[in-house]
Design a protein. Structure first.
Lengths: 287, 283
């Protein structure tokens, strides 16, 4: 190799020692920040053995928390999926005044602290809130009850599905839909036969992320829940209660369930990206 | 976007063209209703409540040292953590895209974990790891680095939360750009350092700023992963979101509203500044 060639190669990459140093630094940082916490959850969960683990999971309060978390996600995710499809349809298939404002408003919940997301519902429905008295007269409870938890979770997960669908449907345009209409398809046929098949993987992707956040949300739910064991305690809140009571093994046992949820979410996400990457549109930095 | 207008049945400017695609009214109506009920109505309650506080109420909140300290702590730790996350994130993205090594794909997949892991779980795991008797903390504490119950712990938790934003905004750009430009520059005799500084960095800069602002916006409001490791000592390691929760628990709704409004105002001003910086960089 000529001397000129080797200086050119040296200008195209870093020297070997530097390359491996950088790889080492990155591996170490990822290990200390991300891998070790994951390992620790599992180790601590089983620190007092299998029996203690399953006692913690089978505890009545834990089971109630699991049920509540599932109920909240089962209400929240479909609501935001329908909203996401509707918003993406309106935004990508038509031109109208104020579209950019609408886009910005959809993203708004991402810029707001989860605690503030909880607070705004307390201001609406709490004892001192706008509708507080009206609700109290009718013996209805939203704050410190399941409806409040659902509302706060809907607020937090509001943008997830719409954000996945909008860039994809933008790039798909409206030619296929127009062709279907010109052939006499009705609105619903159009949606089920043409649009939905085109967006299904991105929709699933959005639902996946929405669900993970809905089940794992802590701050917003913490404000509106009231932390009543067995009643308004979701899984993440139950982790906090157990941790504050110094039942660390139990706290980590419950946390291991949520970790499992995160890992399954991640696996499905990787599978979707690998298998259906083309059908997911460009998502650079959009999470 | 494709604006294929249907045959203009009407030439009257007062009448809009008739769109062949059905569902505009339904989908826009549904979106606006949902947005109004879930996002706008609750947020307007916050704005109205903040306006109701009056001069005295605001003066009381603004002059409270505890509020000042909490806001300062939240914003300074979020800015610091976002800077670290951007640096480490860019390095991670660079190593993942440019170098080949065993375990690269697994590492790549793990980057998204902080997105998927519930914040409370991250909080208790980081606390256990970095407290005085934890796996990592036991080596740091004798050297005088106390992470748990100090602002260092807050920054650490926020780096964890912000890292994926930083990596995932820079990574796609590194995958697509500048390979040929780098080769051209090398052929022309530029050194590696010059190439990195003059060819690789400039197109990355806007993405780095985007990643920074995403990590920052998320970090300022972050609650779950922080409160466990922070120790929550008033004036020392009490973040603004926690102060809102405490005020609510004390039935001080006005105080909670004040702190929340201040937080939102300051973050919007800072995010505007960051986006102005980004415009200036890309100009």
């Amino acid at each position: 190799m000529s001397a000129q060639q080797s200086t050119r190669d040296a200008a195209l990459t870093e020297p070997v020692w530097l390359r491996w140093t950088l790889i080492g630094v990155v591996v170490l940082a990822m290990f200390g920040l991300i891998v070790l916490p994951l390992v620790l959850v599992m180790v601590e969960a089983f620190a007092q053995g299998w029996v203690a683990y399953f006692t913690a999971i089978g505890d009545a309060d834990t089971v109630a928390a699991i049920k509540l978390t599932l109920v909240v996600a089962a209400i929240t995710v479909p609501l935001n999926a329908v909203f996401g499809i509707a918003a993406a349809w309106a935004i990508t298939k038509y031109e109208f005044w104020g579209k950019r404002l609408l886009l910005a408003l959809i993203d708004l919940p991402f810029a707001i602290s989860p605690v503030v997301a909880g607070l705004v519902f307390v201001l609406l429905f709490g004892a001192q809130g706008w509708f507080g008295e009206w609700l109290a007269q009718r013996d209805l409870q939203i704050i410190f009850a399941t409806p409040g938890i659902v509302l706060a979770t809907v607020f937090i997960t509001f943008p997830f599905v719409a954000r996945e669908l909008i860039p994809l449907m933008q790039s798909q345009g409206r030619d296929e839909e127009e062709a279907a209409v010109s052939l006499g398809a009705s609105g619903w046929t159009l949606f089920w036969r043409v649009t939905l098949p085109n967006i299904r993987w991105a929709l699933l992707y959005g639902i996946l992320l929405c669900n993970a956040r809905a089940m794992g949300e802590f701050g917003a739910v913490s404000v509106v829940s009231g932390h009543i064991r067995g009643l308004t305690n979701t899984l993440p809140l139950h982790v906090e209660i157990l941790h504050n009571e110094f039942s660390f093994a139990a706290a980590f046992a419950v946390a291991s369930l949520l970790t499992l949820l995160a890992l399954v979410t991640l696996l499905i996400k990787i599978w979707l990206e690998a298998r259906h990457g083309d059908a997911l549109a460009v998502r650079a930095g959009r999470h | 976007m494709n604006m294929a207008v249907a045959a203009p049945q009407s030439t009257s400017p007062a009448r809009r063209w008739r769109d062949p695609l059905p569902g505009f009214g339904l989908t826009l109506g549904l979106s606006l209703t949902w947005l109004g009920l879930i996002v706008l109505l609750p947020l307007s309650a916050l704005v109205m409540r903040a306006a109701d506080l009056g001069w005295d109420g605001w003066l009381q909140i603004l002059s409270s040292t505890r509020v000042q300290r909490a806001l300062w702590l939240s914003f300074s730790t979020a800015l610091l953590a976002a800077s670290f996350a951007t640096l480490i994130g860019a390095l991670i993205a660079w190593v993942l895209v440019r170098y080949q090594f065993p375990g690269r794909r697994i590492l790549d997949a793990m980057v998204d974990l902080p997105f998927a892991l519930p914040t409370a779980v991250a909080g208790i795991a980081l606390t256990a790891l970095y407290s005085g008797n934890g796996w990592i903390g036991q080596y740091l504490e004798p050297r005088g680095i106390i992470v748990a119950q100090t602002p260092i712990g807050i920054v650490l938790a926020l780096i964890f939360i912000g890292l994926p934003f930083a990596v995932r905004t820079v990574q796609p750009l590194l995958e697509t750009t500048t390979r040929e430009l780098e080769e051209a520059a090398a052929t022309l005799g530029a050194s590696r350092l010059t190439i990195l500084r003059r060819v690789v960095l400039p197109p990355l800069l806007p993405a780095l700023i985007t990643g920074f602002s995403l990590a920052f916006a998320r970090g300022v409001g972050e609650y779950g992963s922080v409160i466990f490791i922070a120790g929550n000592i008033p004036f020392v390691s009490e973040i603004a979101p926690l102060l809102i929760v405490i005020k609510l628990e004390e039935y001080d709704v006005a105080g909670a509203t004040g702190v929340a409004t201040l937080m939102l105002l300051i973050s919007f001003v800072l995010l505007l500044l960051i986006s102005a910086l980004q415009k200036w960089v890309t100009r």
